[in-house]
Design a protein around this ligand. Structure first.
Ligand code: F6P
Ligand code: MG
Length: 451
């Protein structure tokens, strides 16, 4: 099978083989730092493992650390990527993906950390961390990033309180809002969710990166940093999904949110989702999260439930009110949480229809899919060396299950859909504009649109 199932003639994948590139620096510096922190975290929790599992816990800690140190060594010495040896549900598809990249000759040396696509090997590192844990059963469910995620949630409490207070005040007067006021609030909360994506912990190699102030106060000063703003098309897609129901009452569409990070970003997504439902712009929301801890701060089912619980239990009236509402949306099925192994695989999304047809079909049932964050953008565009002016549709390479929108702050050097000269101008003014997290895009595509 060919290495890529997406469009032929797409530019090459970003890779650490370009010495000095962001991919190269990530693999050389950032990933080993993350692995070292994972080892430290496991080691720091040795006593906890002993209390819970006795000597078996201590042995598991030692063996897991051994496997992780071996992994770090493989990475740093550019060794071939190895097949997974655990028997988890997704191991076979990871191993098939490896074979696909080894090509028809099956050369085991041909896929390695510094020579192969960056997207592939970076995802692979997180799967190997899981393998190391899963091979040591007493601690296999231990989330090595949980401490960092929890800390980031607590450190953004002021911003969470400010956001929930604002939101509850809007909600109170929802019935009286004019269409323009509704649109204005939609724009605000969409952009708060966009800027919430600044707070991921993988770009900072696990270093705290939480939101200290409310982005609501800075939305207008942040606007010039949104390089592509298709928010009006997102709004129109919600309006055009509204249909008269049997009783003649207008029913809205289903919105899917492909989540990114836990902590403040997740709260911004929940507030946006609450707004969409309360305003009647969406009938139901499907959240998509990760099956296992991923890219340090990504949301798992546990993080999702924990965040709602914590918000409910907060000693702050508007926070807890929001949390209670979110919990009841979950109970009533207005909101639902889903995970699928494809989200924790290395594929470009244009592979989804062939490699995860069930997930593709699920997304086809949505009226709008919001993809949060940088990694989702890399996967949407295949993490390739596109010209800045290539259309978003071209870069999606046929991935169009439903109208979709990427809400992403730029943290990797892939960007499409810019105006002629825009990328070059930014490069001359600010060489690291693609990776510093200061810029953002709201980029929309509908299967019905030409561009
Ligand atoms: O480039 C930095 C990085 O670690 C990328 O590998 C990844 O795309 C991104 O950060 C994660 O960011 P996000 O949480 O927004 O997907
Ligand atoms: Mg993330």
């Amino acid at each position: 099978m060919a290495a890529d199932q997406c469009v032929h003639g797409a530019p090459p994948s970003l890779s650490a083989k370009v010495v000095g590139s962001f991919a190269y620096l990530t693999i050389r510096d950032r990933l080993p730092t993350i692995l070292t922190k994972v080892v430290d975290t496991i080691h720091r929790n040795k006593n906890k493992f002993f209390e819970e599992y006795g000597e078996e816990g201590i042995l598991a800690e030692k063996q897991t650390i051994g496997l992780l140190s071996k992994l770090r060594n493989e990475l740093q010495t550019d060794k071939p990527v190895l097949a997974l040896t655990d028997s988890l549900q997704d191991a076979e598809s990871w191993n098939q993906y490896l074979q696909r990249h080894q090509g028809p000759q099956g050369d085991p040396e041909s896929v390695s950390w510094f020579q192969s696509p960056w997207l592939y090997v970076e995802c692979y590192m997180y799967r190997r961390i899981q393998e190391a844990l899963w091979l040591n059963p007493p601690i296999s469910d231990y989330d090595v990033f949980n401490e960092a995620k929890t800390q980031s949630y607590f450190e953004s409490q002021q911003a969470v309180m400010a956001l929930c207070t604002y939101w509850e005040s809007v909600k109170k007067s929802m019935e009286e809002l004019s269409k323009n006021q509704l649109l204005d609030n939609f724009n605000k909360l969409l952009k708060v969710s966009l800027w919430g994506n600044k707070c991921d912990l993988s770009i900072s190699a696990g270093q705290n990166n939480s939101q200290k102030t409310s982005p609501l106060d800075s939305l207008s000063s942040l606007q010039p940093f949104i390089l592509v703003d298709d928010s009006s098309m997102v709004w129109l897609s919600l309006i055009s999904a509204q249909r008269p129901g049997l009783s003649g009452k207008i029913t809205a569409g289903r919105v899917d949110i492909v989540l990114d990070n836990a902590g403040f970003e997740l709260v911004t997504d929940l507030v946006l989702a609450d707004f969409l439902v309360s305003s009647g712009l969406a009938r139901e929301i499907h959240f998509h999260g990760k099956c296992f801890p991923w890219f340090v701060s990504d949301v798992t089912a546990k993080d999702f439930q924990w965040t709602i619980q914590q918000t409910m239990a907060a000693n702050h009236m508007w926070m807890s009110k929001s949390g209670v509402q979110w919990q009841s949306y979950m109970k009533e099925g207005v909101w639902s949480y889903h995970d699928h192994p494809f989200w924790t695989q290395p594929h470009e999304f244009c592979d989804m229809a062939a490699d995860a047809p069930d997930l593709y079909a699920t997304l086809q049932g949505a009226d709008l899919v919001l993809f949060k964050g940088d990694l989702n953008y890399r996967k949407l565009t295949g993490d390739r060396d596109w010209n800045y002016t290539v259309g978003f549709k071209t870069a999606l390479q046929g991935f169009e299950p439903a109208p979709l929108c990427s809400l992403r702050t730029l943290k990797a050097n892939v960007q499409v859909g810019l105006q002629p000269g825009q990328g070059e101008k930014l490069t001359s003014q600010e060489p690291d504009w693609m990776t510093c997290g200061k810029y953002a895009v709201i980029q929309f595509h509908s299967p019905k649109s030409e561009q």
